[in-house]
Structures are given as structure tokens and as C-alpha cells.
Design a protein around this ligand. Structure first.
Ligand code: SER
Length: 592
């Protein structure tokens, strides 16, 4: 096997290979899915392509390939083992209603084993396919194709949905059975049941070919999509581990300099398992935080900002665990930017922001960490269970995310009342933790109170602009909502005057004062159009859509969430109006 393939070379080879199979290379999308305000992070390469998987024509055709940066926090507990990361790069090739299982599988095999590409010895590879259930049949077709390529039957495993089914990325949408390729690290099996998918780390999943032919509905049904799509995902870091015969992702060239620096700062020797775990957690979390910060997200108690805060604070606590008492994150961030800056220039252009936000957060948390830990220890000595009140106190006074208190509890062998924490939380009317928790499970919709208000305000704004200019051709060109503000793009050829901005604001506030009811109905896309519902992204919608009307003022296709009555919104205020592209204006607004 060639052992010189590093991450960069792997990406190059992959894109080259699929170009030869007539794929067009598409760009690496932002970690913040721009078009979909209900999803927090890009969790997979397929995410920015959902609308094309549903049937919209892609300008570059039916065969696409790319490298996509992804962020997933559902595996955060596993971070520190040999293969799980919160941020990773994923190689992908797609068929949008074009080739199907046979080509997808053959090409995967060719790329993995052919000496001109990865040249992985065939005997190192294991395969899994979908075992079938009430929703979809057993995938004998894929198994047959693998067998025809020479994979012995005993190396092909049938697994259920929890292992061999991918998607949807959110609650509903495209999904399907998949076939996964595992690399045998050569480690001894952990027992007689050890097989691909086993958590002992003998087998690394390196590639996943998803056959997206279903769409999961809100009722939990699996309906056939208009077209059969292939969505494949190959984890860059894991594959490089396999190619370089390393033991873990922390040893490859994109991690080693970070890991080495952490060990240097902590003055650690080699082989200290407990500390090694902390080193790995810090390395992973700092890298992920750098990429979130590069999207100009600041640490906060809600949504993306909360995920960022949780990662940064966990890294700082693990730093303390291995003896780092001083500020140290900036040194690590610089290494991350060094490693990735060329391929991801936004890391470089946002370097100042990244460093200053991180510094603020580090200082803030360092101030309270030691006291908080003392408080935790005192409580832990006295009681068998940290109750909701104490967990909340640790959150509010010492900035401990609940997940951190739970982790401390685990280390001390003491339970933490998470439910009690949630109750305290609600009482204090802070963020909806349910919302925050859902996000960690893979980027689902954010239903925090503020965001919900801003969703409804966006509908009012959308309609108000058309009414003020008496023009129906002005439509939404983009929308993005965080708990801090809404952002709304629309087609308009010039700067808005102050008077026009005031008029729009006034019209929105008038609707708020009218206490209009917000009503949700379900109907077909055609019916929605007949009723003149707004909806620029029809292509993304399933056949039946949910439509929100606000009194007689606005009607729009939308997945929500929304408030029940406009009186909940308070006062609407436009804080910025600017240009984003030729003929496109952007408004940022808040409710207070
Ligand atoms: N969507 C699949 C995954 O993320 C394949 O790209 O694994």
C-alpha cells in the first residue's frame, strides 16, 4: 500500500477519480446551511444538495462530487476514541437520478483497491448492507454486487436500520438504505461477536454509499422519492488513518501538530491514558471551535453559540485536568489555521475575530471555573445526587453547561438531576434546553422562543416589503435566523430610503398590534400556490406542505416554528439595510 497518501492527496485522488467518471466538482459549502434556517450546522455533504435529491435540476448536472466540511455533535461522547470527531471533512459523490447501486458500488471498490488510487488490500475490507424491515426490503442487490466483485460472503454483513440506513438529516426528508465499507485495523477482535460496527475500534467505517430513494414524512412513513439518488460519504480523517496504518485520527498530519502542542503546553510525557483522553478532547474541540468561529458565530447560551461555548469550555476544563492553568487556546487555534488556512481561506480572513472571541470566552470561563469546581466538589461530598437547583446554580453562576456538570458527575460517580435542571431552566426562562439538546442530535430545528418570534416576524417583513412597494415581484431570496436577529434577502434594485424603512417597520408593527392569529394548515403545493402563498423554495417541499397564515396579511409555505399570535412579538425594529449582490438587498431586524 502506498503510505504517503495524506489528507490533501486523498482529496485530490478522489476528485480526480470521479471527474474521470464524468462527475462535476462542486464547492465546499458553509458550515451554516444558508438556505435553511431550521438546521444549525451542515452535518453531511448531502445537506446542501437536498433540493436536488428531491428532483430539482442541478445546474452542473446529475453527477457531482466534492469535499464538504461537516459538524456533528451527536457523537460527542465518543470523541477521544480512535475515530470519532465533531468536525470532519467528507468526500462525496452523488447521482441525482442517474447511476444506481451497481456503478456506485463498483466505483467505490475500484477507488479503494486499485493501486492507481488508494490500493487498499482487498482482504482488509469488510462490507455491511441493510437487513430489511417493514419500511424497505433487505438489500440483496447490493450484497450481490459486492460478491460479484470478489468480496467473500462471510465478509458481507446484514445490519438493521440503526446501522445501515442514512437520513433524513432533520426530522423528515430524503433517506435510504446504505452499504458501508470498513477497514480492518488488524487489531485483535475484542470477543467472538466482534464484527464491523463493533465499538472496540478494530474496524473503521471509511465509506458509506447511501441509496436515497425514500423520503420520511412527518407521520414517520417512508415514501418513494421521484428519483433514485446515490449519496456517498467518505470520511477524510478516518481513511487517512487506514492508508497510513495509524492507530487513531489524532496521529495523522492534520492532528498531530495540535496534539503535540497540547502535550508540550501541559508538559506531558508519553502514554498516560487518562491524560491522553483529555488531550484528544481538547484537540478535537479546538479544531471544531475554530471552524465555528470562522463562520462569525460567537459563544452564547443559545443555538450555535451554545454548541461553540460548550466545546470551548469543555476544552478548557480538560486543559485544567491535565494541568494547564494558563490561557492556551490561541496557540492551538494558530496551528489549526496553519494546517487548514490554505484550503479554507475564511479561517485566515477571520483570524482576528476567532482569536479575540476565543480569548474573551476563555477569560470569562477561567474566572469562574475553579470556583465552580470547588462548588461542585462540596455538593458532591454532601449529597448522592446533584439536584436541579445546584446544577442550575453551576450553570448560572459559574457558566457550567449542564453537559459539563453531568460529565463531572460521571467522573465522581455521582448522579446529576438533568430533569430538575430543565425545570429550573424553564423557570428562569432561559433558552429551551430541549431545543439545545435536539440540536446536538444532529442539527435539528431550533425552537427557542426568540427564534420562533423571529420566524413569524420574517413572514410579516416579507409581506410588508411587497405591500409598501406595491410590487408582487419582490420575493425572498434568502433567510437566516439566529436568536439574536433575523436576516432577510430580497430582490430590489437600489438602497432603501430611511422613509421606506420606517414604512416597512410601521406596517409590521401595525400587524403585531392587531393581535393577528397565526394559523397552520396542511395542503398540497398546488393548493398553496392557488392561495397565493409565498414560498421561494417549492422544490424543497414534499407534496403536502404546511402553510402559515397571519390574519389576512400574509400566507407562506413554511415548516415553522411560529408564535400563535402576533401580539407575542413585541416591537419590530430594522437594524440594518444593505446590499448583498447586484439587485439583492438584505435587511437585519430584531424584536424586542
Ligand atoms: N450522507 C451520508 C453520510 O453522511 C453519506 O454521505 O454518511
Amino acid at each position: 500500500m502506498k503510505n504517503i497518501i495524506d489528507s490533501r492527496k486523498l482529496k485530490e485522488l478522489y476528485l480526480e477519480f470521479f471527474k474521470q467518471k464524468n462527475h462535476k466538482v462542486i464547492s465546499n459549502s458553509s458550515l451554516i446551511p444558508e438556505e435553511d434556517p431550521t438546521v444549525l450546522f451542515t452535518t453531511a455533504g448531502m445537506h446542501p444538495l437536498v433540493r436536488y435529491i428531491l428532483g430539482q435540476h442541478h445546474p452542473l448536472g446529475k453527477r457531482l462530487a466534492n469535499v464538504q466540511k461537516c459538524l456533528r455533535t451527536d457523537d460527542i461522547e465518543e470523541v477521544g476514541d480512535n475515530s470519532h470527531l465533531t468536525f470532519f471533512e467528507m468526500l462525496g459523490n452523488w447521482s441525482l437520478g442517474d447511476y444506481w447501486k451497481e456503478d456506485a458500488i463498483k466505483w467505490s471498490w475500484e477507488f479503494l483497491t486499485d493501486k492507481r488510487y488508494l490500493g487498499i488490500p482487498k482482504e482488509k475490507l469488510y462490507i455491511s448492507v441493510f437487513a430489511g424491515d417493514k419500511d424497505a426490503p433487505r438489500d440483496d442487490e447490493s450484497a450481490k454486487i459486492w460478491a460479484s466483485l470478489g468480496v467473500p460472503k462471510e465478509k458481507i454483513f446484514y445490519f438493521p436500520k440503526k446501522d445501515n440506513w442514512w437520513g433524513p438529516a432533520g426530522d423528515t426528508g430524503p433517506c435510504g438504505p446504505d452499504t458501508e465499507m470498513f477497514y480492518d485495523t488488524g487489531k485483535e477482535p475484542c470477543g467472538k461477536d466482534c464484527k464491523p460496527g463493533c465499538s472496540c475500534g478494530k474496524y473503521f467505517e471509511i465509506w458509506n454509499d447511501v441509496f436515497m430513494q425514500y423520503s420520511k414524512t412527518a407521520e414517520g412513513k417512508y415514501e418513494l422519492l421521484k428519483q433514485k439518488n446515490v449519496d456517498t460519504g467518505m470520511g477524510v480523517e478516518r481513511t487517512v488513518v487506514a492508508l497510513q496504518n495509524k492507530k487513531s485520527v489524532y496521529e495523522i498530519e492534520t492532528f498531530k501538530p495540535i496534539v503535540d502542542k497540547i502535550k508540550e503546553i501541559a508538559k506531558l510525557g508519553l502514554h498516560d491514558d487518562k491524560r491522553e483522553l483529555s488531550v484528544r478532547i481538547i484537540a478535537d474541540h479546538v479544531r471544531t471551535s475554530t471552524f465555528i468561529l470562522a463562520e462569525e458565530i460567537s459563544p452564547s447560551n443559545v443555538d450555535r453559540g451554545y454548541i461553540l461555548r460548550r466545546l470551548v469550555r469543555r476544552a478548557i476544563r480538560h486543559g485544567k485536568l491535565i494541568g494547564i492553568e494558563q490561557e492556551f487556546l490561541d496557540e492551538l487555534v494558530e496551528i489549526v489555521i496553519d494546517i487548514y488556512g490554505q484550503e479554507h481561506p475564511h479561517l485566515k480572513s477571520n483570524e482576528q475575530f476567532i482569536l479575540s472571541e476565543l480569548k474573551k470566552e476563555e477569560l470569562k470561563f477561567r474566572n469562574t471555573l475553579a470556583h465552580g469546581l470547588k462548588k461542585f466538589e462540596e455538593s458532591a461530598k454532601q449529597v448522592k445526587k446533584i439536584d436541579g437547583k445546584n446544577a442550575f446554580l453551576l450553570f448560572q453562576s459559574f457558566g457550567f453547561p449542564i453537559e459539563m456538570t453531568v460529565e463531572l458527575g460521571k467522573e465522581a460517580g455521582i448522579e446529576v438531576d438533568e430533569k430538575g435542571f430543565d425545570e429550573e431552566f424553564k423557570k428562569h426562562q432561559q433558552i429551551s434546553r430541549v431545543g439545545a439538546e435536539k440540536k446536538f442530535k444532529g442539527g435539528l430545528s431550533d425552537a427557542s422562543e426568540l427564534t420562533t418570534k423571529l420566524h413569524t416576524a420574517t413572514h410579516l417583513l416579507n409581506e410588508a416589503i411587497r405591500k409598501v412597494f406595491k410590487r408582487r415581484d419582490i420575493i425572498q431570496k434568502g433567510s437566516n435566523i439566529t436568536p439574536e436577529r433575523l436576516r432577510f434577502d430580497f430582490n430590489f434594485e437600489r438602497k432603501l430610503t430611511d422613509a421606506e424603512i420606517r414604512k416597512i417597520e410601521d406596517l409590521v408593527n401595525k400587524q403585531i398590534k392587531k393581535c393577528l392569529e397565526v394559523v397552520r394548515e396542511e395542503m398540497t403545493v398546488e393548493d398553496a400556490k392557488r392561495r397565493d402563498a409565498q414560498g421561494v423554495f417549492e422544490h424543497k417541499y414534499a407534496e403536502r406542505v404546511s402553510v402559515y397564515s397571519i390574519g389576512d396579511f400574509s400566507i407562506e409555505i413554511c415548516g415553522g416554528p411560529h408564535v400563535k399570535n402576533t401580539r407575542e412579538l413585541g416591537k419590530f425594529k430594522i437594524i440594518k439595510e444593505e446590499s448583498v449582490a447586484a439587485g439583492i438587498r438584505r435587511i437585519k431586524a430584531i424584536v424586542e
